[in-house]
Each structure stands twice: as C-alpha cells, then as structure tokens.
Design a protein around this ligand. Structure first.
Ligand SMILES: Cc1cc2nc3c(=O)[nH]c(=O)nc-3n(C[C@H](O)[C@H](O)[C@H](O)COP(=O)(O)OP(=O)(O)OC[C@H]3O[C@@H](n4cnc5c(N)ncnc54)[C@H](O)[C@@H]3O)c2cc1C
Length: 386
C-alpha cells in the first residue's frame, strides 16, 4: 500500500500548481465578475497538453492516464473551479465518450482535435425532466434516409456554447416498444452532433450562482440532421454508456472538489497568520486553529478517497461505489471548507473578489453536478444490498 506519487505524477502536480498560481489565479476574480470564459487561460492549458492527458499519443494525447487528469484538476481547482470544470468537462465528458465508445474512424476524426484543446466537446444528457432520473430523456432521433433527425432540448450543458465548441454528444430516444402491461420501453442511444449542424442552438447562457467563468447553456435541437455513422457505440446502449462515463467522471469531480477544499485551507492559513484582532493574529485563537485543522482533515480524507477510486479504476477493478464515496465525501468537504473559510475571513469572506467567497458560491454545485449527494447515497446503499 503506497499513496506516494511517482516522480512523473509529482512533476505534473508541480507544473500545474505553478501554472494555477501564476497564470490562472491572477485573472480568476475578473472572469468571475464578468462571467467571461477564460479563453487565454484555456489556450495555455491546451499548449501544456492538459486536454490530452489521459489519451494515447496516437490520438493526439499525452499518453497519461485518468489519475493524471485528476491530479491536474485538483491543482487548478485550488484557485479556480471554473477553469478546472472546463478541463474536466472537456476531457471526461466531451472527449472520453468518443475514446471509450467511438469507432476507429470517429476517434481519428475527433480525438486529436479535442485532445489538443483547440476545440471543446460537451456531454448532453440532462433535460428538463431528465436529471437524476436520466432515463426520462425525451429528445428523439429518427433514422430517415441514412440520417438521424434529432429533436429535443437539453439543460445545463457545460462547454456547449464557447467559440471553440465543436461537438456535443447527446442522448436520444431512437426507438420505443410497448410492453405487455402497456408501459413504454425506450431505446436510448448516443449521437455525435457537430455544433455547426443546422438546427443545433446553444441558447442564452445561464446566470449561475457560481462557476461563473464556466460555459453552461440550455440547448435546442430542431430537425438536426447528422449522418447515421454519427451513432456513438452500440444502438440502444447510450444510457448505459453515459452512466459509465459518469462513474469515471465522479472521480474527476472528487479531485476537483478536493482541490477546492485544499484551496480553502491554504487561503485560511495565510489569512489567519496576517489578520489581527485583540492585539494578536487570529490564527493564535484555538477556535480558528481547530477550524483549519478540521478543514485539512476533510481535504486529506477527500484526497485519499479519490486516489483509492482512481487506483481501482486504473487496475481494472470495480470502482463504481468508491467513485460515489469519493464524490460524496469530496463534494461535502469542499462545501464545508468553503463555509468555514468564509467564516475565518469575517466580513471579507462576503466580498466576491476573495477566493474563499468564490469557493463558497462555486462549491455548492459539487453536491449536485454529475449526480447529487442523494444519488451517490442511493448508489452506495444499493451496493450494500439495501
Ligand atoms: C453548472 C452545471 C453544469 C452541468 N453540466 C452538465 C453537463 O455538462 N451535462 C449534463 O448532461 N448535465 C449537466 N448538469 C446537470 C446536472 O448533472 C443535474 O443538474 C443533476 O444531475 C441533477 O439533476 P436535476 O437538476 O434535474 O435535479 P433533480 O433530479 O430534479 O433532483 C432534485 C432533487 O431531488 C433529489 N432526488 C432526485 N431523485 C431522488 C431520489 N430517487 N431519492 C432521493 N432524492 C432524489 C435530488 O438529489 C435533488 O436534491 C449540470 C448542472 C449544472 C448546474
């Protein structure tokens, strides 16, 4: 049993950490306030090869693995969750479905582009009546003269409307059958939709509580025609395939949440050493020390949980439950640490330009996105035979 990082992983951590501190952090508050997508930062992340981390070199990747992606996400999220989620969604939701389920032709067409970071892909699962219960999909795709004709709407799709977005993979009902009891069974498939296809529209971006520099839109698909060959994976396996992508994605989100939790610790230590009250720095008060010590314990626990889930995944072992545990623990650690950090900052914790107040707004979604806390609890309980 060894949780120590190899030299290669440690080099990656150090490089991304420096980049986060020197390039990302100085512009984070500005992008958050303006709700602007950080194109220049994303461009530099692309140059560093971060979007290609877990993909083989033959598809334009860096030849790393999913854990490497997680380590990078943790370092970025310490200072800026919007930037981290842009990478997470671009790689684990945008490109990974093509890598996991695509034909050789689809991989050759899309992966070099997405792995380069010069283009972004999105993952279109959620709909107004299909969130936690993603099987509620109403979007349809009908095969007509060798083309899928797609109609429907999607909600909350990350990276779906930037200037560099080129692909959104959507789930759609491709057939229905009526069972003997009269209920309808849906056949759900996944289809690659280039965003320049007529009828595809990214609607006005959401005005969110946090992740303000991340790109999130509702989508409308009106008579969108794409070739039959744009079916991703086996027809009818779309829902199952997306669930597999979400299992992996939970480890990546747990890594991101761990970074957020750790960022709150770092900011709090700095502030506690500087801020004076009653003739001393507030870090000399035991109540502040205990708060920060507990925050560190949460961040450490979250890190161990995602390391464990990632190591199982890389070893080819079952990891679904451990991914849910990591997502649950890390998401709550981020939210709890953000609440404690803003308390330590006093009134300044309520002022938006401070990193901890951004973490406070940003961290809430970590208990909701890629499966809510309740969904993780359901999955863990199911594994326990309940
Ligand atoms: C910023 C942002 C980015 C996102 N990015 C993407 C993306 O890129 N692609 C994508 O497809 N989706 C994306 N989502 C959607 C996200 O995954 C969903 O919002 C999430 O899965 C929850 O679904 P919902 O919002 O429909 O909530 P609901 O499913 O309606 O849940 C509402 C509440 O009911 C609870 N609940 C539901 N069912 C049960 C149950 N059986 N037992 C107990 N409690 C239950 C939930 O836990 C929650 O508290 C994003 C969302 C946001 C806000």
């Amino acid at each position: 049993m060894n949780f120590e990082l190899s030299e290669e992983y440690q080099d990656l951590v150090d490089t991304v950490r420096d980049f986060a501190d020197e390039v990302v952090a100085p512009v984070s508050a500005k992008h958050d306030e303006e709700h602007s997508f950080p194109y220049a930062v994303v461009d530099q992340m692309a140059e560093m090869g971060l979007f290609g981390l877990p993909f083989p070199e033959e598809y334009g990747g860096m030849g790393g693995d999913y854990f490497a992606l997680c380590l990078a996400l943790e370092q970025l999220a310490r200072v800026d969750q919007s930037v981290a989620i842009t990478l997470e969604a671009g790689v684990s939701l945008g490109a990974m479905p093509v890598y996991r389920f695509g034909s050789e032709e689809q991989k050759r067409q899309w992966l070099p582009l997405l792995a380069s970071g010069k283009a972004l892909g999105g993952f279109g699962l959620t709909e107004s009546e299909a969130g936690s219960d993603a099987s509620g999909t109403k979007t349809t795709a009908k095969l007509e003269n060798g083309e899928w004709v797609i109609n429907g709407t999607k909600e909350f799709i990350t990276n779906s409307g930037t200037d560099i977005t080129q692909l959104v993979t959507v789930t759609a009902v491709t057939d229905t059958t009526t069972r003997d009891d009269g209920s309808v069974k849906k056949e759900i498939s996944t289809i690659l939709v280039p965003t320049n296809t007529p009828g595809f529209k990214a609607e006005k971006a959401y005005n969110k509580v946090g992740w303000n520099a991340s790109d999130t839109h509702p989508l409308t698909l009106t008579d969108v025609h794409v070739p039959e060959a744009n079916l991703l994976g086996t027809r009818g396996r779309g829902y199952a395939n997306f669930l597999q992508i979400l299992d992996e994605g939970r480890i990546a989100i747990a890594a991101l949440a761990t970074g957020a939790a750790q960022g709150c610790v770092e900011e709090s230590i700095k502030y506690a050493k500087e801020r004076q009250a009653f003739g001393t720095n507030i870090g000399s008060f035991q109540s502040i020390q205990f708060k920060i010590a507990r925050m560190q314990a949460r961040a450490h626990t979250a890190r161990l949980a995602y390391y464990d889930a990632a190591s199982r995944m890389l070893a080819g072992k079952p990891f679904k439950t451990e991914a849910s545990i990591a997502k649950l623990v890390a998401g709550e650690a981020a939210m709890d640490n953000a609440r404690d950090a803003t308390q330590i900052f006093g009134g300044y914790g309520f002022i938006n330009e401070f990193t901890v107040s951004r973490h406070y707004r940003d961290s809430k979604i970590l208990e909701v996105g890629e499966g809510t806390t309740e969904v993780q609890l359901m999955l863990i309980a199911r594994e326990l035979g309940l």
